[in-house]
Design a protein around this ligand. Structure first.
Ligand code: G1P
Length: 270
C-alpha cells in the first residue's frame, strides 16, 4: 500500500539535553556532520515519501533554515526536493497532539510518523521495510528493551508472532516494570490510518498529562489492529546522552577516515 506523507513531530522540548536545547532543537544535534533530522529525512526519502510535514514550534526555526539550505544545494547533498510543509504546535501537549496538528495536511490516506531522535543505523531504510509489510493495520517499529527500561516506552502486549511482525492485543504507555506485558517497546516509526485523527481529537490526556499516540493506537485495535515490526539494524535513543554518544561512535567507526581516532582513544585509556 502506498504511503507518500510523513509527519516529523519536532516540537518537543528536549529536556534531557538542557541547556543546549534551550537554543538548539534536539533534532539538530549532530551525528558527525549531519543533524538527526537529516538522517530521518533520508530514511523517509528512501521509503518513497514525497511530502514531508514538520510539526514545529517556537525556537525550532533552524530546522527550516537547514532544509532551505539543503534544497537550495540539493545537487551536493543527494537530497530530493520534495514537498515540505511546516505546521505549528503551539503547546507541547504530547506526541498524539503533535500528530493531530498535521491533520489538515494528510487527508484521507495512511501516513507515516517518524521521531528523529530514534536513530536507526542500517543499510536499509527501516521505514521502507515497514511500508513493504503494511496492509492497513496500524504499524509501529518495535524492539525488545531491558526490563528496567519499559517505563520509558509504549509497550506491546503481544498476541502472536508472524516472522518480523508481532500482532498486539493491547498496548500501554510507559508501564511500570511489574505491569508491562512484554519488553517489546515502540520505537519512533509509525504507519497510521488517517482515522486516528478522529480518535486523537477526542482523547483525554494520559501518561504524564499528555495526549498520547499510544492511547489512540489502543482504542483503534478493535477496528484497525496493531502490529509491531521487528526491524533490522541498531537503534539509538538520541534523546539521551548515552544514545547520542553511542550513535556518534558507531557512525564514526564505520568511517574509514575516522575509526583510527576511536581505536587510539581506547589505546590511550589502557
Ligand atoms: C514516545 C512514545 C512512546 C515511544 C517512544 C519511542 O515517548 O510516547 O510510546 O515508545 O516515543 O521513542 P517519548 O520518548 O516521547 O516520551
Amino acid at each position: 500500500m502506498k504511503i507518500s506523507k510523513v509527519v516529523f513531530p519536532v516540537g518537543g522540548l528536549g529536556k534531557r539535553f538542557f541547556p543546549i536545547t534551550r537554543a538548539i532543537p534536539k533534532e539538530m544535534l549532530g551525528i558527525m556532520d549531519k543533524p538527526l533530522i537529516h538522517y530521518a529525512f533520508e530514511e523517509a526519502m528512501a521509503a518513497g515519501i514525497e511530502k514531508f510535514i514538520f510539526v514545529t514550534r517556537h525556537g525550532k526555526d533552524s530546522i527550516e533554515d537547514y532544509f532551505d539550505y539543503m534544497f537550495a544545494h540539493s545537487e551536493y547533498f543527494d537530497i530530493k526536493i520534495g514537498s515540505v510543509c511546516y505546521v505549528r504546535q503551539n503547546e507541547p501537549l504530547g506526541l498524539g497532539h503533535a500528530v493531530l496538528c498535521a491533520k489538515n495536511l494528510i487527508g484521507n490516506e495512511p501516513f507515516a510518523v517518524m521521531s528523529a531522535d530514534d536513530f536507526i543505523l542500517h543499510s536499509k531504510s527501516c521505514l521502507s521495510e515497514m511500508i513493504k509489510c503494511y496492509d492497513g493495520s496500524n504499524m509501529v517499529a518495535t524492539v525488545s528493551v531491558a526490563p528496567q527500561d519499559v517505563d520509558k516506552y509504549g509497550i506491546l502486549d503481544v498476541d502472536r508472532e508472524m516472522n518480523k511482525l508481532l500482532v498486539a492485543k493491547s498496548v500501554d504507555e510507559k508501564p511500570s516494570i511489574k505491569d508491562a506485558k512484554s519488553t517489546y517497546a515502540i520505537v519512533g516509526r509509525y504507519l497510521l490510518s488517517h482515522e486516528i485523527f478522529c480518535i486523537l481529537e477526542n482523547l483525554k490526556p494520559g501518561t504524564g498529562g499528555e495526549i498520547q499516540l499510544t492511547d489512540a493506537l489502543l482504542r483503534m485495535i478493535p477496528s484497525h489492529g496493531l502490529v509491531g515490526f521487528k526491524f533490522e539494524g541498531k537503534r539509538f535513543d538520541c534523546g539521551s546522552k548515552e544514545g547520542l554518544l553511542s550513535a556518534i561512535l558507531n557512525v564514526a567507526n564505520q568511517d574509514k577516515t575516522l575509526h583510527h581516532i576511536i581505536k587510539n582513544f581506547y589505546e590511550e585509556q589502557r
